[in-house]
Each structure stands twice: as C-alpha cells, then as structure tokens.
Design a protein around this ligand. Structure first.
Ligand code: NAD
Ligand code: G6P
Ligand code: MN
Length: 441
C-alpha cells in the first residue's frame, strides 16, 4: 500500500486536531509517510502544530515526518493529498457577516443568505489562489476541499479550473445527519446507504437503505417525528445551537414529509423565525470563538505544557473521519459511496447541466462516479433553481465585480427577497469587506 504525503492547508483550523485523531484512527487504511501543515498565520498554526507533534510521536510513531510551514513550495512540492479548510477573514469576519445581516432583520449565518454571500466572495479569491499554488508544485495531488461556503466555492472553482479532475469539494453535514439516523435505527452509520439530492446545504435524503438493501426510510421518518431528532456526532451532540437545529429538522419533516431535509434548509424555510431567535450581539461566530475555538486552544496549550497528549480531551469526530475515508477511497480505488459535490451533467436532468450538485457518488482513483438521480419533483426543483441562481450570481458578481449582481443574488435568496433590504445589506457588506473583496463597480 502506497504511503501518502499529506498537506493540511489552513492547519490553524479548529478542526485540525480532530482530523489528526481521525488520521491516527485510520492509519492502517490510509497510511501516511508525511504530514505537512500549511497556513498563512504562523501563530495560529504553531499552537496546533506543536500539540500535533507531541500527539503524533505518541500515537503515530510510524510516521516518517511531521513539519509545519508558511512556505508554499515546501508545503506543496510532492504532495499526494491536500486537505483544505481555510477561513478568509477568520471568525472575526464571520461575526461581521452575521451581525450585518441580523441588523437588517435577515438571517445572519455562516453559509446561508447574505453571510454566505459575503464569505463566498472572500473564499473565492483565496481558494483560486490556493489551487493555483498547489498546482504549481504538485500537478497530480488530490485536493479535497472543506472550505465554506462549499456551494459557492465549488461553482467558482469549476469555472476557474474546469479541467481539473482531482479537485473535490465536500461537506460533512449529510454524514453528520446520518449519524443521527444510525442512532435512531440502532445501526452503525457506515452500514447506511443514502439516496440524496440537492445543492450543498440545500438538499434532501430521499431514501435510507442498509447494505443488505432493506429500506428504512418510512420507519426512520416515524421515529424522528415520534421520538425527536438530536445531533449525535461527538463534536455537536452537546451544543445547544445544534440541538435546536436538529429539532427544527423534525419540524421540516412534519411540514414536508416526502423527503428527509438537510438541517440547513431551516434558514430558507423559516427565515423569520431564525432571525427572531438570534441575538446580533451574540451570534454563532461568538459562540464558536468562546466554545469550539477556546476548547481546541486550551487543549493544545495543555498538551504543549504537559509535553504529552495522554490526558488531552481529544476525540475522533465525523468531520475528520469523513475527509480521511473519502481520501482512502480515492487513493486506493475503493469505490466507496459518499455524498459529495459534483457537476450535474445530467445526474438530475431537470436541473441545469453546469449546476454543482450534492449527490451520492462512488469515489474511485478516476474521481467521483455519481449515480443518476433522475428528475426531481417541482417543489424541490423550484427551491433549488432559486438557490442555484443566487449562487451563480454571487460567483458572476465576483468575476464581473458587479454590485448589481449581488443585489440580484440577494433578491433571489429566500432569506432576503426584499430589494431595498438587498441593496442596504450589499452596501454594508461592501464596506465591511474592504481589503477582502475585489474592488466592485
Ligand atoms: P479557522 O479560522 O479556525 O481556521 C482556518 C485557518 O485557515 C486559519 O488558521 C487561517 O489562518 C487559515 N487561512 C486563512 N486563509 C488562508 C489561506 N489563504 N491559506 C492558508 N491558510 C489560510 O476556521 P474553522 O472554523 O476551523 O473552519 C475552517 C474551514 O472549514 C472554514 O471554511 C469552515 O467553514 C470550513 N468547514 C467546512 C465544513 C463543511 O462541511 N464543508 C465543515 C466544517 C468546517
Ligand atoms: C457543519 C456544516 C459546515 C459548518 C459546520 C460548523 O459541519 O456542514 O459547513 O461549517 O457545521 O458550523 P458551526 O456553526 O458550528 O461553526
Ligand atoms: Mn457543510
């Protein structure tokens, strides 16, 4: 089995330590010879790196080399895999995005509505540069991208690099939801075989089978409606905000019982309730800064201080495991089935060919092999077409530097709709993102 040289780009991420735990857990199935951390923020990277160095010495002695750098050539030369999880502008800009939207009375969220638009324009710029940098030094590496808003990033990267066959955008939400399904059905999540369609953070499970082909869909729906729906992955199970989100997924299922919704649909189906629940002075970004980020930083500081990770509160989470298992399947041609983001090209014949859709695919050494979904019902098609037009207009606006297209995008987005609000939000976002966004007309 070939041993891989893995680069983690955005290694200062709050998800990096969980990812290291997943690499340790999966080391027989995804053997590594080298891990390299790459980030543009030396200090943010260093804390994770120093803790990782100690952790890997203790739990991954077979690894030949671990290093960290802000030098692109050193990082990307000879890479087999690059796992990307960057956040342009950091959590500070996420907080701005959420607050600006909420102050205009519309949904303030990382990837949905105006927040997703603002973050999208920031991410496109850095992601295009990063992919160019990676390709300069390693033409053949697999680039697996988590960077959000994955829907918009995927559309932009497809436009900029249409012939790049080894660039794949993924999201952990479908599999995180499936962990909750597995719990209700009392099976292991990897035993479940999902049917799913949509855009990223905008999709539905149509069937849940097991590997023997038994259909659990109706029983699962009844269980959710009768017994409730809760987050179960270690990373989110105890998080009040995620608990409320999963509860809301139950409501969506009651309102539209045909398919099982992605949790992110709550922002588009009940935008006013979502706004009412939020406090602009304490948005999700602030909760993450004081929660996940603080927890990770404290854990790393403790590991560094004690010189051992033995007593550290580190755990494997689905975010890391999903990335690593997807990489295994691509590296060793396992053709395992995962829900990933790919170009539509007729998978859903009643949606545009160029849409970037999220669907089950076999991950092979030749890339993702998506399954045909077939035509989707009118209600879902209508919702998706509006959202898709929003995403494409955001990407257009980036390439054309067009303020007008930003206004069109938000007018189409179900979280905004009102043109005057769209104009006001766009103006505030333009001001807040100076230095991150290109100059707009
Ligand atoms: P974070 O801010 O903690 O970490 C991001 C890191 O990226 C930082 O260390 C930052 O310095 C670095 N960075 C920023 N710009 C960079 C660039 N141009 N090149 C290299 N490094 C750069 O953020 P986080 O909360 O840990 O999230 C990381 C990313 O993963 C975000 O985009 C988040 O939205 C995404 N994410 C996606 C999914 C998914 O389902 N697709 C799930 C979880 C997180
Ligand atoms: C899920 C989504 C991601 C999102 C993450 C964190 O995993 O799929 O796209 O970034 O949740 O959200 P949070 O609000 O907890 O930072
Ligand atoms: Mn996601």
């Amino acid at each position: 089995m070939k041993k891989q040289r893995l680069v983690v780009a955005g290694s200062g991420s709050t998800y990096t330590m969980g990812m290291m735990m997943s690499l340790i857990e999966e080391k027989d199935r995804f053997p590594l010879k080298e891990i390299v951390f790459y980030d543009i923020d030396e200090q943010r990277q260093e804390r994770n790196a120093k803790a990782t160095e100690i952790l890997l010495k203790e739990r991954y002695p077979e690894l030949e080399s671990f290093s960290y750098t802000t030098d692109k050539a050193k990082a990307f030369e000879g890479a087999d895999f690059v796992f990307v999880q960057i956040r342009t502008g950091g959590l500070a800009m996420r907080e701005q995005d959420e607050q600006i939207a909420l102050r205009h009375g519309v949904v303030g969220q990382e990837t949905c509505g105006p927040g997703g638009m603002a973050y999208g324009i920031r991410s496109i710029k850095d992601m295009i540069q990063l992919v160019k940098d990676i390709r300069k030094y390693s033409g053949d590496a697999w680039i697996l991208n988590y960077t959000n808003p994955a829907a918009i990033v995927a559309v932009a990267l497809e436009r900029e690099f249409p012939n790049d066959q080894k660039l794949l955008n993924i999201c952990d939400m479908p599999i995180a939801i499936m962990i909750s399904y597995a719990k209700l059905l009392e099976v292991n999540v990897w035993e479940l075989v999902p049917e799913y369609f949509g855009l990223n953070h905008f999709g539905w499970f149509t069937k849940i089978y097991d590997k023997e082909g038994n259909d659990h869909t109706e029983r699962l729906k009844n269980l959710i409606i009768e017994t409730g729906f809760t987050p179960e992955d270690t990373e989110i199970a105890n998080d009040v905000s995620w608990q409320k989100t999963f509860e809301q997924a139950r409501k969506m299922l009651i309102d539209f019982p045909e398919f099982l919704p992605n949790t992110y649909l709550q922002y588009y189906l009940y935008p006013n309730q979502m706004v009412e629940k939020e406090d602009p002075d304490h948005t999700r970004a602030r909760q993450v800064i004081d929660g996940r980020q603080k927890r990770v930083h404290d854990t790393c500081d403790k590991i560094i201080e004690e010189g051992t990770a033995e007593n550290a509160d580190l755990h494997v989470d689905i975010h890391g495991v999903f990335m690593v298992r997807a990489a295994e399947s691509l590296a060793y041609n396992l053709a395992e089935r995962f829900i990933v983001i790919v170009k539509n090209n007729g998978i859903i014949p009643n949606l545009p060919k160029e849409a970037m859709v999220e669907v089950p695919s076999l991950l092979t050494s030749q890339g993702p092999k998506p399954f045909a979904v077939g035509e989707i019902p009118l209600f879902y098609k209508g919702l998706i077409e509006g959202q898709l037009a929003y995403e494409q207009l955001v990407v257009d606006s980036y390439f054309e530097k067009s303020r007008q297209k930003l206004i069109q995008a938000l007018t189409l987005n179900r979280t905004v709709v009102n043109v005057d609000k769209a104009k006001a939000v766009v103006d505030d976002m333009l001001e807040a993102n100076k230095g991150y966004w290109p100059e707009f007309k």
